[in-house]
Design a protein around this ligand. Structure first.
Ligand code: COA
Length: 705
């Protein structure tokens, strides 16, 4: 971000010019100007149109530079062919921010892409920032600025919505009043020629009107910057994101076990989870969570109490808690006693509290009075089904009153039904209580609020913890990598991979590449029997499947025979594969088979993987991921997330494994791939893990540049 002034101009512009403000109702430039006027914008408005003197009662100027005033933001809605000339004029007039609505840039192909480059370069020359092009516009409800061509001004609230899709925003704004959605800012990113989600997340972090940042993205280009900023911002306010358009192209082209499992979707999921972004599975999920964050306080205790007048929906709510790993609060003996006193004998005084189907408003009132005295019972889920005696409107009013008296309590409602609850739902909405059309949706939204505290604490801890840079032998690694490059190989030979691991302080089984049976025997003799022979090919990922591995060879004749067999198998079962030879390695004592891998994601960089290793790694998919660099606690978390951890802790009498040694290898691989950006993929499979204090050893390793 260039300066503090432009930060203000970006979020709270004091003056706005509409370039292409049209005289004709229904045209985009007319709608934008009208939206700004109707929204009650408190800053100065300058319509720009060389054909008009006055539009919608405002004096019109032929061009921006003809306005004798400072202009913070210019909204551009002229045909694409005129945009560059307008932008140059804006630059001369000292405009700070451009919101380019016009389409016809990179989304239309090469010519458009060239135009977009030109647009950015003109703006840069004048130090202007660009939102768009090809966007819907920008809305700031707190200053009444609707600089967009959305049909209406959305309700004012605390959700900042950043979207790569303009169409999604228009439908969202239209749906807002039905869905209790109320916004602080709406940002349509368009083509993201300059400003993108990272810039706005950074800006919104300190925006007092914004309690939650909602994000709809199709792609994030600067992944490393994104993760850095969201880790910081997520400790201040929640970020909920929906990612669309995930592809698995990367995974299909992979040549390692890690590569085949660490597709681009995994990179996004990992980035969101690791850096504190709450991932929405779908649009409803995104809206449900954001409206809860936008309207409710953050819970201090996260103790859930379900109040219901119907058994079934109450059970659904309780089940939803169970599925999401949330516990229902124990109400305490005194509360239960009080509830017994005021509720009929058939009512349930446990959690869920069932006030029974014949409950009128007074029964709810009595329950709320009891709960209001308990500060720690802070998350209320009100489930109501409209039965003959039910008074939905009265209950809604009670809840709104309760909320006014106890603003620190989180309240979510699920008033079920249709016409009988419509009015009650609007009472709730006007009173700042979100309603969900099923108990499951209410609980899911509430879970985001409850889990956010944990996210916040964790991200803060990780920020404090920082990354360890392991001492690695950079010169040796560099020379090994350049040797492979000089020889035109993207895959390192096994002994080179071994060398690199050793240079990082990772123990690896030594190996020698043999290109004839005699060389294989020589290698076996120098390493010592028994040995293992493995095919070396950049094209064979599953070596055993093609008969490319022979183990426990104890004599020179066994080695020679194994060599011939491997070559015969490979020419039969892996036709056309390039073969570099056969790797000869000593047999090492069996340990627990794990895998440590890395694939460099185009957006997010090195994606580390850990899990159960061996030949079934892809079948079991018992793996966890993190983006490097990782901290020590993240390395431990990676291990703990997998079933390998159950085994490493010591399963059914087996001794515990050396978890510290695995943490160490993860941190060393993290340092290696962070420092050597030319390394594209690493597959250490298997990494044998021995008993506690006995370490681990990389038995087979592949590295690609
Ligand atoms: N400075 C200021 N105003 C100018 C101008 C200039 N240099 N040149 C022309 N104008 C005026 C025109 O006279 C016209 O005003 P008028 O209607 O009073 O005559 C106004 O600007 C608009 O120009 P016009 O040629 O009528 O364009 P348009 O309204 O048909 O289309 C866009 C302009 C920007 C809406 C259109 O090109 C476009 O890009 N549409 C797609 C937008 C979109 O979908 N964005 C993404 C959303 S997610």
């Amino acid at each position: 971000m260039s300066s503090k002034v432009s930060q203000n101009a970006l979020l709270n512009p004091r003056s706005v010019a509409v370039v292409g403000a049209s005289r004709f109702e229904g045209k985009v430039g007319y709608v934008i100007l009208k939206n700004i006027i109707d929204g009650g914008y408190r800053g100065k408005i300058y319509p720009i149109n060389p054909q008009a003197d006055n539009i919608l009662g405002l004096k019109c100027y032929p061009k921006v530079s003809a306005v004798n005033d400072e202009i913070d933001m210019a909204v551009i809605a002229v045909p694409v062919g005129k945009v560059l000339e307008v932008v140059d004029d804006c630059g001369q007039a000292g405009v700070k921010v451009l919101v380019v609505i016009s389409a016809g840039f990179k989304e239309v192909g090469l010519e458009g892409a060239k135009r977009e480059v030109e647009l950015v370069s003109i703006a840069k020359r004048y130090k202007m920032r660009i939102l768009g092009p090809n966007c819907l516009g920008y809305i700031n409800t707190s200053i009444g600025l609707n600089a967009s061509f959305a049909a209406i001004m959305p309700p004012k609230g605390h959700i900042a919505f950043i979207s790569q899709s303009g169409a999604l925003l228009t439908s969202l704004i239209d749906r807002a009043s039905l869905e209790d959605l109320a916004f602080s800012k709406i940002v349509s990113l368009g083509n993201k020629a300059d400003l993108n989600e990272i810039d706005y997340i950074r800006l919104l972090a300190d925006d007092p009107e914004t309690k939650v940042i909602a994000l709809y993205v199709e792609g994030i280009e600067r992944g490393d910057e994104f993760t850095k900023i969201v880790r910081e911002v997520s400790t201040k306010k929640p970020i909920v994101a929906l990612k669309a358009g995930v592809t698995e192209v990367g995974a299909k082209a992979a040549s390692s076990h890690t590569g085949s499992m660490a597709g681009s979707e995994i990179a996004y999921v990992t980035a969101f989870k690791q850096f504190g972004v709450i991932k929405a599975e779908c649009l409803s999920d995104l809206l449900d969570a954001t409206k809860c964050f936008g309207s409710q306080p953050l819970p201090k205790h996260g103790n859930i109490i379900i109040i219901t007048n119907a058994g079934g929906p109450g059970i659904l709510a309780a089940d939803a808690c169970g599925k999401l790993g949330l516990k229902l609060a124990y109400l305490g003996a005194d509360v239960i006693k009080e509830l017994r006193r005021i509720l009929p004998p058939a009512a349930s005084t446990n959690n869920p509290i069932d006030v029974l189907g014949d409950a009128r408003a007074d029964r709810y009132q009595a329950v709320l009075t009891i709960l209001s005295a308990k500060e720690e019972l802070d998350c209320l889920v009100m489930v109501l089904s409209p039965q003959a005696m039910t008074e939905p409107d009265e209950v809604a009013k009670l809840l709104v009153d309760f909320k006014a008296k106890k603003p620190e309590k989180v309240i979510v409602a699920s008033f079920l039904g249709g016409s009988k609850v419509t009015n009650a739902i609007s009472i709730l909405r006007n009173g700042g209580i979100p309603n969900y059309d099923s108990p499951e949706r209410a609980i899911k939204a509430l879970s985001s609020l409850i889990n956010y505290k944990e996210i916040c604490d964790k991200q803060q801890r990780l920020l404090n913890e920082g990354h360890l840079r392991y001492p690695i032998d950079r010169d040796r690694i560099k020379s090994t990598l350049s040797r492979a490059k000089e020889e035109g190989r993207s895959m390192l030979l096994p002994h080179e991979a071994c060398e690199i691991l050793n240079s990082c302080g990772i123990r690896a089984a030594p190996c020698i590449v043999a290109r004839s049976p005699d060389e294989a025997v020589q290698a076996a003799e120098s390493l010592g029997y028994p040995v293992v022979l493995k095919i070396v090919s950049p094209h064979i990922i599953h070596k055993s499947d093609v008969g490319g591995v022979k183990i426990d060879l104890r004599t020179s004749s066994e080695v020679k025979l194994a060599y011939y067999e491997i070559m015969a198998n490979v020419s039969k079962f892996a036709v056309g594969a390039t073969v570099y030879g056969v790797a000869v390695a000593p047999m090492v004592p069996q340990g627990m088979e794990t895998i440590i891998g890395m694939r460099r994601d185009p957006q997010f960089g090195p994606l580390l993987m850990f899990g159960l290793g061996g030949i079934y790694v892809e079948l079991l998919r018992e793996v966890s991921f993190r983006l490097a660099p990782i901290t020590k606690s993240e390395a431990l978390e990676m291990i703990m997330e997998t079933k390998a951890y159950t085994l490493l802790r010591g399963f059914r009498g087996s001794p515990p494994g050396d978890i510290d040694a695995v943490v160490d290898v993860l941190l060393k691989v993290s340092t290696l791939c962070t420092e050597f950006k030319e390394i594209q993929e690493i597959d250490i499979n298997p990494l044998f893990v021995y008993e506690k204090f006995k370490g681990c050893i990389a038995v087979d390793a592949k590295i690609w540049c």
